[in-house]
Design a protein around this ligand. Sequence first.
Ligand code: NAD
Ligand code: WQD
Length: 338
Amino acid sequence: MKILVTGGAGYIASHTNLELLNAGYEVVAIDNFSNSSMESIRRVEKLTGKKIHFYEADILDKEALTDIFSRESIQAVIHFAGLKAVGESCEIPLKYFKNNLSGTITLLEVMQEFGVKNLAFSSSATVYGDPATVPVTEEFPLSVTNPYGRTKLMIEDMLRDLFQSDPSWNIAILRYFNPIGAHESGEIGEDPNGIPNNLVPYIAKVASGALDKIHIFGNDYDTPDGTGVRDYIHVVDLALGHIKAIEKLQENPGLVTYNLGTGVGYSVMDIIHNYEKACGKKLPYVIDPRRPGDIAVTYADPTKARKELGWTAERGIDKMCEDTYRWQSKNPNGYRNL
Ligand code: NAD
Ligand code: WQD
């Protein structure tokens, strides 16, 4: 079975490509390299000994998409392509709306033209806004606080409307919590441009000496140690969730929505301590003011994915930190040190 992976050179996609190839799927990937490089594709090919049919193209380019769908007999699409930096989305919202929304509309139009109606979409826990209670189930009310999150919620709404108009679509909306970690080979991992916005890539740069200290954004939240609590999930578990979602789409489920998280919350301090264990040294930090827009606590109720997909996250926080450390140590400049 041939799967098109949009944003196929990115962080979560590279781990998903590897698991798809290992599970016997054929992978067609498309990326415009706005936040990635060809090296992740090469490394996945090397790790698996299999080829990815790769196209350097933009999902906004309808002609290019049409050409790919004409050449390859695609049966399902995993749609990762998108811009994802929350802070940047507040500064240049139109770029986010154009890329994420217009890109998705173009993709859906081409899928419809070719009668390919099986889709897994990368949504985010950000669509739950600041949840009133935890754990968060898929039925919680949806709201967003920034343009990035709004693109995710608008695409979800678009998909629900599309399904309403044509129930022959099969759509899995996958709401990821906080993906971290790397493949245990240390050959593929997260490679953010510039100074990282997210906690674990930032800690990794402090541990490697590229940045001097961790900035903890607030220690006065209503949490056990005062720092923010999140549901960190190993990217390989997340990738395996996509394999289960692709299997589900083959049962013609209609539109289904799943949280992909562990169900366990860790604080910023917990993550720092676990990373210190992984790298074997103390990491310097300072307490800064809260980051605007941050919430105190969120973590998933992953019961629905366990019951309906037969999927559970199996890798714990120790492994998440050890694998990030291995990737960072082997590739101090990400994919750019070649
Ligand atoms: P990533 O930036 O590593 O991957 C996204 C990929 O899409 C990149 O390779 C980028 O070059 C590509 N891309 C962007 N716009 C494109 C376009 N117009 N045409 C072609 N390619 C394009 O990010 P990631 O962390 O792997 O995230 C993948 C998806 O999961 C994104 O949609 C993101 O919003 C979503 N998500 C990520 C997280 C997270 O914390 N990493 C959490 C929830 C949801
Ligand atoms: C985690 C915790 C921070 C950096 C973001 C997006 C979300 C989703 C996942 C895409 C928080 C604290 C962070 C730092 C810190 N992405 N922190 N110092 O904000 O939970 O989620 O990524 O869909 O939409 O918003 O992740 O890693 O930025 O922060 O103290 O340098 O670490 O305050 O408590 P977040 P994060």
